[in-house]
Design a protein around this ligand. Structure first.
Ligand SMILES: NC(=O)c1ccc[n+]([C@@H]2O[C@H](COP(=O)([O-])OP(=O)(O)OC[C@H]3O[C@@H](n4cnc5c(N)ncnc54)[C@H](O)[C@@H]3O)[C@@H](O)[C@H]2O)c1
Length: 257
């Protein structure tokens, strides 16, 4: 058979978990990975959205299943990952896109603690628990890819978004150290720092904040979910074999470091 040159970017015979798969970046990533041959386990709190994305993948002859999971519930995360392992036998990659912005127009001293904590529980603790849950099986088979979707906010900090900044910058630090722990286990763990992308996450973002974020992007436009999915698919594939602990950029030129 002719060598297509794409073997390392293929997900044939791989089981890939995608959280936040019901919408935006997670949905686009689930569709692309399924399109490249992966069996995609779509995880989200939004059941209707999950059913829609799984139906779309199946209608293009891809392989996907939906499982409702709230990643801010520690026990549920471990239970869900164990069930997936029992059902599908393996996990090759985790793509964690589930997240929420929390307050976008409040000074830090005005933010009520439950609102602060909720953002940390989903964006940071959920990411940690998912990583803890998938690592043991990846270590045994000496292969794994973990992609954590962070944000430019975790590198630069957006004013009046303290919980989000804290969660995403915590996530970037988490990835750096855990990647080094696993550097000789055949597992790569990387973060991604998108600037503002056209997804439903921004519907309630304050106008002033949207203008600020777009004004910081040299390309002068929002990114599209399918553009983000391309870099995620690379990070989750065999092709991403010599980069770990890194925070990839997708920011239209905002971050050149
Ligand atoms: N869109 C942007 O501008 C942008 C920029 C930088 C980073 N990000 C990050 O990208 C990721 C994806 O965001 P998006 O833009 O696709 O947003 P989105 O709102 O379209 O999708 C987020 C998904 O996460 C799910 N989710 C939320 N809480 C959950 C929970 N507790 N458990 C399971 N699922 C949960 C939602 O139901 C939703 O389907 C997020 O982590 C976000 O912080 C987005």
């Amino acid at each position: 058979m002719a060598n297509s040159g794409f073997e390392n970017g293929s997900f044939e015979k791989q089981v890939v978990l995608v959280t936040g798969a019901a919408s935006g970046i997670g949905k686009a990533s689930a569709e692309l990975i399924a399109n490249r041959g992966g069996k995609v386990i779509c995880l989200d709190v939004n059941k209707a959205g999950l059913d829609e994305v799984v139906a779309k993948i199946k209608s293009s002859s891809g392989s996907a299943v939906a499982k409702v999971l709230d990643i801010s519930k520690q026990d549920d995360v471990f239970k869900c990952v164990n069930e997936i392992l029992k059902e599908f036998g393996t996990i090759d990659a985790l793509v964690n896109c589930a997240g929420l912005p929390g307050p976008t127009a409040d000074f830090v001293e005005d933010i009520k603690w439950p609102d602060y904590e909720r953002v940390l529980a989903i964006n940071l603790y959920g990411a940690i628990w998912l990583t803890q849950a998938v690592l043991p099986t990846m270590k045994v088979k000496k292969y794994g890819r973990i992609v954590q979707v962070a944000s430019i906010a975790g590198k630069e900090g957006n004013p009046k978004m303290a919980p989000y900044n804290t969660s995403k910058s915590g996530l970037i630090g988490f990835v750096k150290g855990v990647a080094k722990e696993n550097a000789q286990n055949g597992i790569t763990i990387n973060a991604l720092a998108p600037a503002v992308i056209a997804t439903p996450i921004n519907v309630n973002t304050a106008d002033e904040m949207m203008k600020y974020m777009i004004s910081r992007i040299p390309m002068g436009r929002l990114g599209e979910p399918n553009e983000v999915a391309e870099i995620i698919a690379f990070m989750a594939s065999k092709a991403c074999s010599f980069t770990t602990g890194f925070t990839f950029d997708i920011s239209g030129g905002r971050a050149t470091y």
